[in-house]
Write a protein that binds this ligand. Structure first.
Ligand code: FAD
Length: 456
C-alpha cells in the first residue's frame, strides 16, 4: 500500500496532521490501534485555553464544549490562599472532539486504518521506506510512503524504532514525565459556586508530589467534574493510590469514566523532523511542563509540521534540510517557552507544602504574573523586581538566591531554543550538547535527580 504520507496515531496531533496534509491534496493513511468509534477517547483533564484554537484558526462546534472557564484558580496546600489567573478556557468533550476531527479528515480523503498497531519499521537506505502494522484479530500490512509522521503519543511507536544516531529517536528520563490518574464523576456535593467557572488547581505535595491535583468542572451546574492528579515519575508514588486515599471520599458520586496516563512535562524534542519523518504532539514532548496541558500545543505542532511536510513533498525532496523551518517555527510559537518552563518545573518539584503555603500566604506572585510567566516562559524584569523586593522585605535570603538561579537558567533555556536554535541541521549536534550541559549544570545546582532513561 503506497501513500504520500503515513501518520501513526489518531489522537488530536495525528488527526490534525492528516487533515492538514489531505486538504493539500496528498494521499494520507492514518494508522490507529483503537477502533474508529473509540477515537478521541483519551484519559485527560479536558481543559484547554481557547487561544490555541485561535492560533490555528480552528472553530469548534458548540456541542464539543462542555463548559467555559474564566480562568485558572490555584489553591495553596491549606486551601486558605488562592491565586486567580485570568484567561478564557473550555472543557472539551474529548470523544466528540476526536470524532469531529476524524470526520474532517474523512471529508478531505484521509484513509483510516483503525485497529492497526504499528509494530515495525523498514529502512530504505537512510530513510524510512515503510512501516509494518498488525491488525487486531490477525493480519499484517506494510505501508510505504514518501513521508511519515509519528503522532503516537507519549510512548512513540515510530521514532523509538529509528536508528539511535537520529536525533529524533532521543530517549528521555523518567522524571521528564508525570503519571496521572483521573475520574469523571457525577458529583453528589456539586462544586462550590465560586469555583464553578474555573479550572481549579490544588498545590499539595502530599496528594500530588511533583505535580498537582485538579478539579475541572464539566457542567455549568458543577455536578459533573473531572478530578485527578499527576505525580512525578520517580518510582516512589502511585497516582491511583493517592486518588483513593485522598480524593475519592471527598468527591463521592457516580463515576462516569476512570483512567490514567503519562504526560511528558519537559522541553521539546531537539528536532521534530529528520530524514523523511516528522514528530508531533506528546511523541515530540509538546506539553506545557508546568501545567501539563498538551491538547492545544499538539494541534499547533501538528499544524506546523504537517505544513512543512507538505511543502517538502511539493518540492520533491523530504528531508530535515527541506523541513527545518518547522523546528524554528515551533520553537518560536511554543518550544522556547516550554524550555523556560521546564527549568521552573524542576525547581517547583523541589518545593514543599510549607514553601508553597508561604509563597502564597505572602502573595509573592499574583495572577497577572503567573499569567505572564505562563505566556512567555520567563520571569520578566518587572515580575522579578517585584518578587525580589518582597523577598528582601521578608528577609528570605535563601529564596532570593534560588530565584536568581531559576531566573537565570530560565532565560538561558529560552534563549537556546529561540535565538540560538540551529539555523541548519548541521549545527544540531553541538546545540544539543550545549542544551544538555546547561540542563545538567542546573540539575546539579538545584540537586535534581533526573532518574533513569526510559526504554522507549
Ligand atoms: C490524565 C491526563 C490528563 C491530562 N489533562 C490535560 C488537560 O486538562 N488539558 C490538556 O490540554 N492536556 C491534558 N493532558 C495532555 C493531553 O491529553 C495530551 O497532551 C494530548 O492528548 C496529546 O495528543 P497526541 O495526539 O499527541 O497523543 P494521544 O492523544 O496519546 O494519541 C496517540 C494515539 O496514537 C495511538 N497509538 C499509540 N501507539 C500506536 C501504535 N503502535 N500503532 C497505532 N496507533 C498507536 C493511540 O491509540 C492514540 O490514539 C492530559 C493527559 C493525561 C494523561
Amino acid at each position: 500500500m503506497k501513500y504520500d504520507v503515513v501518520v501513526v496515531g489518531a489522537g488530536v496531533a495525528g488527526l490534525y496532521s492528516s487533515l492538514v496534509l489531505a486538504s493539500k491534496g496528498f494521499r494520507v493513511a492514518l494508522v490507529e490501534s483503537k477502533p474508529a468509534s473509540k477515537i478521541g477517547d483519551k484519559t485527560c483533564g479536558d481543559a484547554i485555553g481557547v487561544h490555541h484554537f485561535q492560533h490555528i484558526g480552528l472553530r469548534l462546534p458548540e456541542d464539543i464544549i462542555d463548559h467555559v472557564y474564566r480562568g485558572v484558580k490555584i489553591y495553596s496546600p491549606s486551601e486558605r490562599h488562592e491565586i486567580i489567573v485570568p484567561g478564557e478556557g473550555v472543557s472539551v468533550n474529548r470523544v466528540k472532539l476526536g470524532q469531529w476531527l476524524l470526520k474532517q479528515a474523512f471529508d478531505r480523503g484521509v484513509e483510516l486504518l483503525d485497529q492497526h498497531s504499528v509494530i515495525g519499521v523498514n529502512m530504505r537506505g537512510d530513510r524510512v521506506g515503510s512501516i509494518i502494522a498488525k491488525k487486531v484479530g490477525g493480519g499484517i500490512v506494510e505501508l510505504e510512503a514518501e513521508a511519515f509522521i509519528d503522532a503516537s503519543g507519549s510512548k512513540p511507536a515510530l521514532r523509538s524504532r529509528l536508528p539511535e544516531t537520529w536525533p529524533i529517536s532521543d530517549k528521555p528520563y523518567t522524571t521528564d514525565f508525570n503519571i496521572a490518574y483521573r475520574e469523571v464523576v457525577e458529583y453528589d456535593g456539586g462544586v462550590r459556586e465560586e469555583d464553578r467557572d474555573y479550572a481549579v488547581i490544588y498545590l499539595n505535595t502530599i496528594i500530588a508530589p511533583g505535580g498537582y491535583w485538579w478539579l475541572f468542572p464539566k457542567s455549568r451546574d458543577g455536578r459533573v467534574i473531572n478530578v485527578g492528579l499527576g505525580v512525578i515519575w520517580n518510582g516512589l508514588h502511585n497516582p491511583r493510590h493517592n486518588y483513593d486515599k485522598y480524593l475519592r471520599q471527598r468527591f463521592n458520586g457516580k463515576v462516569l469514566h476512570a483512567g490514567g496516563g503519562i504526560v511528558p512535562t519537559r522541553r521539546p524534542l531537539p528536532t521534530m523532523v529528520w530524514r523523511n519523518v516528522g514528530v508531533v504532539g506528546d511523541a515530540a514532548y509538546t506539553v506545557n511542563p508546568v501545567h501539563g496541558g498538551g491538547i492545544g500545543s499538539s494541534l499547533e505542532a501538528a499544524d506546523i509540521v504537517a505544513r512543512h511536510v507538505g511543502d517538502a513533498l511539493e518540492q520533491g525532496e523530504v528531508s530535515e534540510k527541506t523541513m527545518w523551518e518547522a523546528n524554528i517555527e515551533y520553537m518560536r510559537a511554543y518550544g522556547a517557552k516550554q524550555a523556560g518552563l521546564d527549568i521552573l518545573r524542576m525547581y517547583m518539584q523541589k518545593l514543599s507544602n510549607e514553601d508553597f503555603e508561604w509563597l502564597m500566604a505572602n502573595k509573592i506572585v499574583d495572577g497577572a504574573s503567573v499569567y505572564d510567566i505562563g505566556v512567555k516562559g520567563e520571569l520578566g524584569e518587572k515580575i522579578t523586581h517585584m518578587i525580589l523586593s518582597v523577598l528582601r522585605a521578608l528577609s528570605r535570603p535563601s529564596l532570593l538566591n534560588q530565584l536568581r538561579i531559576v531566573r537565570n537558567y530560565m532565560k538561558k533555556a529560552s534563549e537556546l531554543y529561540l535565538d540560538k536554535y540551529p539555523s541548519t541541521p548541521n549545527e544540531l549536534p553541538s546545540w544539543m550538547t550545549m542544551v544538555e550541559d546547561m540542563v545538567e549544570e542546573y540539575r546539579r545546582i538545584i540537586g535534581f535527580n533526573k532518574g533513569e532513561r526510559v526504554k522507549w
